[in-house]
Design a protein around this ligand. Structure first.
Ligand code: C2O
Ligand code: CU
Length: 412
């Protein structure tokens, strides 16, 4: 199935799934955004060896926090995720929300993806690790789908209030979305609740999620749809909301906030451990040199090894952690993007707060697991390093990850 089947549990419950690798190449499954036990993170080769063809691996973990998450392949992700190895993982809150006053009465999971298709709608096969696209904005595709369909019709009753769980499983495209005429209110980002706020556009970088409440009008002046800006300012439909069935009395109440997690420690910013993450490389800017596999190389030599990006002067730094944090310590991470491309930086095993210096693509105070950083921006995040283990930190534009934007940190 594309996307993969929805896994749904209640916060605090266990997820148990056996991975059976029927692929012709190794694989592993990462449970994106779950503050998971390290051994179950699926971050091959750091937390487990990739499962060979014909092999199996038993995943068994507790999902502590309610929200909208996803699972995806974590080996050759630039190919395997692009081929569709991804699906939604929904963690329900123990406390009721749906059906309560001001809340939605129904919810819809909308998995957004981007496919590079030829004229016969077949996947373009020959550009998986193309270094040219890796040095630009990644493997940008040409067909955006919602739950695996192009332009699906989603049915809503007039007057109905619905919670959308939007997720971007594309490997490169940043989705700029709008829901005109549906009074969209943001209620969660990357699974973590935000105080409800009206939004005009929703920017979802690769791997990011947004929960949005919409109200279907009783009578619409124009057809209602989920719109996407493909990058030229011309908004196009990616899904239609079609009014069907009996009208309901519209909900007049303000959008009800989601219950708080109650499980995330607030960062202590009085004396944090300060770390930096400098991103360099890519077309138009490049980098004079970087270390790859222990050797200092110039840009040409790096490129001949498939590397065009570096974190703190190291390309694909898997040999040593970028930093180590003592268990329970607050880490303050200053990220600087010296390239001309935006990036979507994901930290495994933790959620972090976006601080006041948040760049143009973020709102200070939001708590996320993946953050967009624009060209030439600097932004600051903080988190409590309270999950022991070795955690990957990488760009979720998966050809950037493959071409050097990859590292890890250790909590002990
Ligand atoms: Cu969703 Cu290491 O990634
Ligand atoms: Cu990137």
């Amino acid at each position: 199935m594309i996307p993969g089947p929805e896994i749904r549990i209640t916060a605090g419950e266990r997820v148990r799934h056996r991975l059976v690798n029927d692929l012709p190449q190794p694989t592993a499954v990462h449970w994106h955004g779950i503050r998971i036990e390290n051994a179950m993170d699926g971050a091959a080769p750091l937390t487990q060896a990739a499962v060979p063809p014909g092999g199996t691996f038993d995943y068994d973990f507790v999902a502590p926090d309610p929200g909208t998450y996803w699972y995806h392949s974590h080996d050759r992700g630039f190919e395997q995720v692009a081929r569709g190895l991804a699906g939604p993982l929904i963690v329900d809150d123990r406390a009721p929300w749906l059906g309560e006053q001001g809340a939605a009465t129904r919810e819809l999971t909308l998995v957004l993806d981007d496919w590079l298709l030829d004229a016969d709608a077949a996947i373009v096969e020959d550009r998986w690790d193309d270094l040219h696209s890796a040095a630009h904005d990644g493997r940008m595709c040409n067909t955006v789908t919602v739950n695996g369909s192009a332009y699906p019709e989603l049915h809503m009753q007039p007057g109905e209030r619905v919670r959308l769980r939007l997720m971007n499983t594309a490997t490169a495209r940043i989705l700029a979305l709008a829901l005109p005429g549906l009074s969209p209110h943001l209620i969660a980002l990357d699974g973590h609740p935000v105080p409800p706020r009206a939004v005009e556009t929703i920017l979802l970088g690769p791997a990011q999620r947004a929960d949005v409440v919409i109200d279907m009008p009783l009578a619409a002046d124009a057809p209602t749809a989920l719109l996407l800006d493909p990058g030229n300012g011309e908004w196009v439909d990616v899904a239609a909301f079609v009014a069907t069935g009996e009208p309901l009395a519209p909900v007049e109440d303000d959008v009800r906030p989601l219950p708080g997690w109650g499980t995330l420690s607030a960062p202590n910013l009085s004396d944090p451990q300060r770390e930096v993450l400098l991103m360099e490389g890519g077309a138009m800017r490049g980098m004079s040199e970087a270390v790859y596999r222990g050797e200092t190389m110039d840009f040409r030599e790096l490129a001949s090894n498939g590397m065009v990006w570096a974190f703190n002067g190291v390309a694909h730094g898997m040999d040593a952690p970028m930093f180590r944090a003592a268990l329970g310590r607050t880490v303050h991470l200053e990220m600087t993007n010296r390239s001309v491309f935006p990036h979507a930086i994901h930290l495994h095993g933790h959620h972090f707060e976006v601080l006041a210096r948040s760049g143009a693509l973020n709102t200070p105070g939001d708590v996320r697991d993946t953050v967009l950083i624009g060209a030439d921006e600097t932004l600051e995040i903080a988190f409590v390093a309270d999950n022991p283990g070795q955690w990957m930190l990488h760009c979720h534009m998966l050809s950037h990850q493959k071409a050097g934007m990859m590292g890890w940190f250790e909590v002990a």
